[in-house]
Design a protein around this ligand. Structure first.
Ligand SMILES: *[C@@H]1O[C@H](CO)[C@@H](O)[C@H](O)[C@H]1NC(C)=O
Ligand SMILES: *[C@@H]1O[C@H](CO)[C@@H](O)[C@H](O)[C@H]1NC(C)=O
Ligand SMILES: *[C@@H]1O[C@H](CO)[C@@H](O)[C@H](O)[C@H]1NC(C)=O
Length: 432
C-alpha cells in the first residue's frame, strides 16, 4: 500500500516549517518512512500493536478541560469541552532515524494506524468513537504514538440539590476502550486529575477539584476523570432567595393593614400568589427527583404554609371585626387578651418616648374614638384620660381585631426571621 500523496506533502510541509537539528531531512525521508511502515512492513491496523499478544498494551489517557458548556440539573447532565491526550507504543511502527537523515517523527492519519476505540461510557448522546478521520497522529521512530482528539462530551451527572444554590456537584467522565478488556488494553492516567491549563472559567460554575481513577473491580479498560464543580450562587441569591425573603416579611405585614382599609384579604392572597410563583421557579430549576430535597424548597414550602395561614387568619379576623357587639358579646378571655395587648403596646410607647406621654395619650384615645363611631368630636378626645378610666373603655370587636393584628404581626414576623436565619445558617455552614 503506497502512502497517498497528500500525506507526503503534509509531512514535508511540517518538516519545512519546523527547523530541526538535522537540516538534511527531506520529503524523501518521510516518504521512505511511510513506505517502510505501510509497504515493506505491511502494517495492519486491525492488529493490537504489541508483539506478544498475551501481554497488555498500556495506553495513557489525559484529559485537558477547555470549558464547561452547560450543567443541566433538570436532565442531570454535564456538557463539557476538552481534548484527550492519548499515548501508546506501537510495536509495528519503528525505524532507525539515521537511515532517514535523522527524521524522528512523522504524522499519520488516525484511521491508518491502530488506535484504542475510546468512547465515553457515561455519555448521554449517540454512542460514537472519539476523534475524526482528518486528525493526524504523531508517531516517533521508537513507535510512540500521540493522539490528541478534541471532544465535546455530554455525560450523565448525578445531581445533589440539597444545598441549592450553594451546591457542589461531582461529575465523572468515564472513558473506556469499548471493545477491550483490561487484560488486552490497559488505560492508565498520565497525570493527577484533569489538566486545567487551557481551562476557561464558566459563569455559573467553578471547578474546585479534579481527580482521576480507575474503576476498582472492573474488567473493562476504563479510566474515570472526576471533577467537583461548585455553583456560583449570586444569580439565585439575587433573583430567587432575596425576593422570597422580602415576600415573607411582606406577608407578616398583612397584619399592619387595618381591617377598615378593606385590603387585608386581597393583600394576603397576592403575597401568597407571588410566593407560589417563586416556588414554581425554584421547582423548575431543580431536577424532578425525590431522592433529595433542597433546603430552599423546604423553606419555600414553609413560607407558603405561613402565607396560607395568614390568609385564613385574616379572613376570620375580618369576620370578627365586623361582628355586631349587641348580637355577639365578646367572650371574657378575648377581653382579657385585649387588655394585655393594650398594656404591652402602651408600655412600649411609653418606653420609647417618656417625655411625650401626655401627647401620646391624646393620640391613642383619638385613634380609639375614631374606630368606635367616627362621630365623636375630636376636641373631646384631646382631653387626656387618666389610665384607670382608659382601661374601663368599652371593648369592641374592632379592638379585638386590632389586638389580634398586633399579636399575629409579631408572631409571623419573628417566625419568618427565625426560619430564614435557620435555613441560611444550615446552608452557609455547608458552603464553607
Ligand atoms: C538524506 O539527505 C540527502 C541530501 O541531504 C539525500 O541525498 C538522501 O537521499 C537522504 N537520504 C534518504 C534516505 O532520504
Ligand atoms: C503496562 O503497565 C504495567 C504496570 O502498570 C506493567 O507491568 C506492564 O509491563 C506494562 N506493559 C507493557 C507492555 O509495557
Ligand atoms: C511529535 O512528536 C515529537 C517527538 O515526541 C515531538 O518532538 C513533536 O513536538 C511532536 N509534534 C507535535 C506537533 O506534537
Amino acid at each position: 500500500m503506497a502512502p497517498p500523496r497528500r500525506y507526503v506533502l503534509l509531512v514535508s510541509f511540517v518538516l519545512m516549517i519546523c527547523p530541526l537539528k538535522i537540516h538534511a531531512q527531506t520529503a524523501d525521508d518521510a516518504k521512505g518512512i511511510l513506505t517502510k511502515i505501510f509497504t515493506t512492513d505491511a502494517y495492519n491496523k486491525a492488529v493490537r500493536p504489541i508483539y506478544n499478544q498475551n501481554l497488555v498494551l498500556n495506553v495513557t489517557v489525559d484529559f485537558s478541560l477547555i470549558g464547561i458548556i452547560e450543567f443541566d440539573s433538570q436532565k442531570e447532565s454535564l456538557t463539557s469541552a476538552g481534548y484527550l491526550i492519548v499515548d501508546w507504543n506501537d510495536y509495528y511502527i519503528q525505524w532507525d532515524p539515521s537511515d532517514y537523515n535523522g527524521t524522528t517523527n512523522v504524522f499519520i492519519h488516525q484511521d491508518d494506524v491502530w488506535k484504542p476505540d475510546i468512547a465515553l461510557q457515561n455519555g448521554i448522546s449517540e454512542f460514537k468513537g472519539i476523534g475524526y478521520s482528518e486528525l493526524l497522529v504523531n508517531v516517533t521512530s521508537e513507535g510512540s504514538v500521540a493522539w490528541w482528539p478534541y471532544v465535546i462530551l455530554q455525560s450523565t451527572c448525578k445531581v445533589d440539590i440539597t444545598y441549592f444554590p450553594f451546591d457542589i456537584q461531582t461529575c465523572s467522565l468515564r472513558f473506556t476502550a469499548w471493545s477491550y478488556f483490561n487484560t488486552e488494553v490497559q488505560l492508565t492516567e498520565g497525570t493527577d486529575g484533569i489538566i486545567l491549563d487551557s481551562y476557561e472559567e464558566n459563569s455559573a460554575w467553578t471547578v474546585c477539584e479534579t481527580n482521576v481513577d480507575k474503576l476498582p473491580q472492573s474488567t473493562d479498560a476504563t479510566v474515570v476523570f472526576t471533577m467537583t464543580i461548585k455553583r456560583k450562587p449570586l444569580f439565585y441569591l439575587l433573583n430567587v432567595i432575596l425576593p422570597v425573603i422580602m415576600l415573607s416579611v411582606m406577608n407578616a405585614c398583612v397584619f399592619v393593614l387595618p381591617a377598615k382599609a378593606g385590603e387585608k384579604a386581597s393583600f394576603s392572597v397576592t403575597v401568597f400568589l407571588a410566593l407560589a410563583v417563586f416556588l414554581t421557579i425554584v421547582a423548575s430549576t431543580l431536577p424532578q427527583n425525590s431522592d433529595n430535597v433542597s433546603y430552599i424548597g423546604i423553606y419555600l414550602v414553609i413560607m407558603a404554609i405561613f402565607s396560607t395561614t395568614t390568609v385564613v387568619l385574616t379572613l376570620f379576623q375580618l369576620r370578627l371585626n365586623f361582628r355586631d357587639m349587641n348580637k355577639d358579646p365578646i367572650p371574657p378571655w378575648l377581653i382579657k387578651l385585649q387588655r394585655i395587648v393594650e398594656r404591652v403596646r402602651k408600655r412600649r410607647c411609653n418606653r420609647v418616648r417618656p417625655v411625650d406621654q401626655a401627647q401620646n395619650r391624646v393620640v391613642i384615645s383619638d385613634y380609639i374614638d375614631i374606630k368606635d363611631e367616627m362621630k365623636v368630636p375630636v376636641i373631646e378626645s384631646k382631653v387626656p384620660l387618666p389610665p384607670e378610666e382608659d382601661s374601663k373603655l368599652e371593648v369592641t370587636w374592632n379592638h379585638i381585631s386590632n389586638s389580634l393584628d398586633f399579636i399575629f404581626f409579631w408572631l409571623f414576623f419573628v417566625s419568618v426571621i427565625i426560619t430564614t436565619l435557620t435555613v441560611v445558617l444550615v446552608i452557609a455552614r455547608h458552603a464553607h
